[in-house]
Design a protein around this ligand. Structure first.
Ligand code: ATP
Length: 364
């Protein structure tokens, strides 16, 4: 197992990139700690697969180095990196049995047959395919084949890292939950470095200890699920994480006050005078409805989602959502919104501004 370092890395699929827009991955430095369970989260096209393929060696970066521990593997072949990779769609040998498919990576490395048999049995149990071990892969459903791919990815104990690229796309919803739980317990047991690519925040937040959020070819934040909820470093993290995501409002900020369309709101700290495109962000969980003070809004609708309600309001054409806890009484005259000051974030050109007016720093 190894710590994986991406140093001064960037990648363009163009032979002669003209500018930043031509780079699928903008210049970055990033470290994946040995034994970490990471999710790599971001919307379609932000560069997740490119990053994964650079780590596994399927793509050579146009700039920068990839290190496994202290070893520079930038020019090393995939086969020389000791990585297991599971793709979105199954990669199985149709003419082999389920058992032989699972055993393949171990036999290939000349492992002891008794060890192979016991490890294959353990993995088959994990993916729920003990009864099918003797069957040929041909004729199995797509989701059964994907379980074999997952099993094959996890069968070796000596890999540097296991990379998963949206591995549960073809798996039915119930099995998805179960496999994710299994992956997590496997991580606890064996401590492999795991990187799990997804665009689904639920998958990311339930699998990973640390979530790496990408946006437009950049890592915009790395943190625990709680960090991403409490202090989104970039507006994308704010609205991508959370259901609904963070509310964002155009604002002018001066010291410890923000002015939003002529309404002055208190902030929890002083921010100086941030320049650029300034917004404030507040999660719906920290917005409350009142009759007396705050931003005047039009309530569009109220959705009952079980344990709480989501109030969808309109303020000068901008939607603001509030999460209202069960048991809270709402009355028709409650058409003003109040934000918890200490939960308001200030953003300049999409990056979080630190209190005391320091301009935003880019997350590693
Ligand atoms: P998805 O979730 O849709 O798979 P992603 O976040 O994994 O997206 P990538 O597949 O890494 O994103 O793509 C990043 C950018 O690079 C996209 O603009 C994509 O069109 C482009 N791209 C990816 N692969 C290639 C390729 N082989 N040749 C040219 N451009 C590519």
């Amino acid at each position: 197992m190894a710590r994986i370092t991406l140093s001064n890395l960037a990648h363009s699929y163009f032979a002669d990139p003209k500018g930043e827009a031509d780079f699928a991955l903008k210049q970055m430095d990033h470290v994946w700690e040995d034994g970490g369970a990471y999710a790599l989260l971001g919307s379609s096209g932000c560069g997740k697969t490119t990053l994964l393929n650079i780590i596994s060696g399927l793509v050579r970066p146009s700039q920068g180095r990839v290190l496994f521990g202290d070893r520079d593997v930038t020019d090393a072949a995939t086969s020389d990196r000791n990585i297991a990779q599971v793709f979105q769609f199954p990669v199985v040998y149709d003419t082999m049995t389920v058992r032989d498919n699972l055993a393949f990576p171990l036999r290939n490395r000349g492992m002891d047959p008794a060890y192979v048999a016991s490890r294959v049995a353990q993995i088959a149990r994990m993916i729920g395919m003990e009864a099918e071990l003797g069957r040929k892969a041909r004729g199995l459903t797509a989701d059964a084949k994907q379980k074999i791919s997952l099993g094959r990815g996890m069968v070796r104990e000596d890999v540097n890292a296991i990379l998963f690229d949206e591995p549960l796309t073809v798996i039915d919803p119930h099995m998805k939950w179960e496999l994710r739980t299994q992956l997590k317990s496997l991580h606890r047991e064996f401590g492999h470095t795991m990187i799990y690519v997804t665009h689904d925040q639920t998958e990311a937040l339930t699998f990973a200890d640390r979530v790496v959020v990408m946006y437009d070819g950049r890592v915009v934040q790395t943190g625990t699920p709680q960090d991403l909820f409490d202090t989104p470093e970039h507006t994308f993290v704010g609205y991508f994480i959370g259901s609904p995501g963070m509310n964002l409002l155009e604002a002018a900020v001066e010291g410890n006050r923000a002015t939003v369309a002529g309404v002055s709101l208190p902030l929890g700290a002083a921010y100086g005078t941030p320049r650029g495109h300034v917004q404030i962000g507040i999660r719906p969980e920290f917005v409350s409805l009142t009759a007396a003070e705050g931003l005047p809004v039009t309530i569009r609708r109220i959705e009952d989602v079980g344990r709480h309600r989501i109030v969808r309001a309109d303020f000068n054409g901008t939607e603001i959502n509030a999460v209202v806890e069960e048991g809270t009484t709402l009355s028709p005259d409650m058409t003003r919104l109040v934000f918890a000051p200490e939960r308001i974030g200030v953003y300049a050109d999409d990056w979080r501004v630190s209190p005391q007016g320091r301009q935003p720093g880019r997350a590693a």
